[in-house]
Design a protein around this ligand. Structure first.
Ligand code: ZN
Ligand code: ZN
Length: 347
């Protein structure tokens, strides 16, 4: 065991504080990572504030982790000391169920082990990436290509894969019309990735405030959803809509933007159930679907894809002492487009 510096939430209502967490001794198949940067995901905030149910405190969150390997167990074959690596939203799964065997560990039938607030195999609570070091089974550690800087790579481990996976699954590519709803941390990655895949990308955002950024990220079109004319103009247009917004939306209005056999995929999670107008589905054999992160192999594929296409997250780097302020800004959508904590400021 080792004690390492971290930032943790003492409770659902108090600000995050500097503290320490325990990391297990490096086992035969474990990798010790010296963390360099950790992204701030909206899920971190929902989790520490108890929005998604009870969690154990104190809790260190963070599942957009990049750093360098500083120690490997005797049986580790995939990673070496000095490698640039990343860890995303999960650190283990059963590896035996049908979904794990299919490389879809995120849908493990016994439940994947979350990077934080999960129950590790030894029964301890997992603690996330707002800390100086983490010990992770080698199979859940990704290679971060040299072409992507550490700080802009961090958000790929959640925001990147969360959008890449549905874009790949529903075949965004040349000749396909893809809309991205919301231009936040997830949305900006969805635009970059879908454009790099060759799709014609449209951003649907509340206002035109981020239009220049959206077009620079690769979108061909940008519309304000506050303007009702948008929904008339774009009816029956898209093969795929990726909804990154976690606030409730008018499902019927968005479904009607899909053309025949189109699919609306939810990757943001509103806390309340969404009413779906079934007639909007009937109208053009439309589908409403959901998607959660991606498997380990697919996450590696995403990182390699981003390196090959020269894309990564647009980030604002902050120090360890600015995390509480950053949380308030995320809640106000006042970030372009992801906060990333410089973990050197925590040492
Ligand atoms: Zn996340
Ligand atoms: Zn499994």
């Amino acid at each position: 065991m080792s004690t390492v510096n971290a930032i943790a939430a003492p409770s659902a209502t108090e600000p995050l504080v500097r503290t320490t967490v325990e990391r297990r001794a490096v086992g035969p198949r474990d990798v010790l990572i010296e963390i360099r940067y950790a992204g701030i995901c909206h899920s971190d905030i929902h989790t520490v504030r108890g929005d998604w149910g009870k969690v154990p405190y104190p809790l260190t969150v963070g599942h957009e982790i990049v750093g360098q390997v500083t120690e490997v167990g005797a049986e580790v074959t995939r990673h070496s000391i000095g490698d640039r690596v990343g860890v995303g939203c999960m650190v283990n799964s059963c590896r035996e169920c049908d979904n794990c065997k299919a490389g879809e560990e995120q849908y493990c039938l016994k439940g994947m082990v979350g990077t934080y607030a999960g129950t590790d195999r030894d029964g301890s609570v997992t603690q996330g990436g707002y800390s100086t070091h983490i010990v992770v089974d080698e199979d859940f550690v990704l290679r971060v290509p040299e072409a992507i800087a550490y700080e802009t790579a961090a958000p790929l481990l959640c925001a990147g894969i969360t959008t890449y996976s549905p874009l790949a699954h529903w075949k965004a590519g040349p000749g396909r019309n893809v809309a991205v709803v919301g231009m936040g941390g997830l949305g900006h990655m969805a635009v970059k990735i879908a454009a790099a895949m060759g799709a014609e990308v449209t951003v649907l955002s509340q206002t035109l405030g981020k239009k220049d950024d959206g077009l620079a990220f690769g979108a061909a079109h940008y519309y304000a959803t506050s303007d009702p004319a948008t929904f008339e103009k774009l009816a029956n247009t898209f093969d795929l809509i990726i909804n990154t917004v976690s606030a409730p939306i008018d499902m019927g209005a968005y479904l009607r933007l899909l053309r025949l056999d189109g699919t609306l995929v939810a990757v943001g999670a509103p806390p309340e159930p969404l009413p779906v107008q079934v007639f909007a589905l009937f109208g053009a054999r439309r589908s409403f679907a959901g998607s959660s992160i991606g498997g380990i192999a697919e996450t590696q594929e995403m990182l390699d894809f981003c390196a090959e296409h020269g894309i990564s997250a647009q980030v604002e780097v902050i120090s360890a002492d600015e995390v509480n302020e950053a949380y308030e800004r995320v809640l106000k959508s006042d970030v372009r487009y992801r906060f990333v904590i410089d973990i050197d400021t925590l040492r």
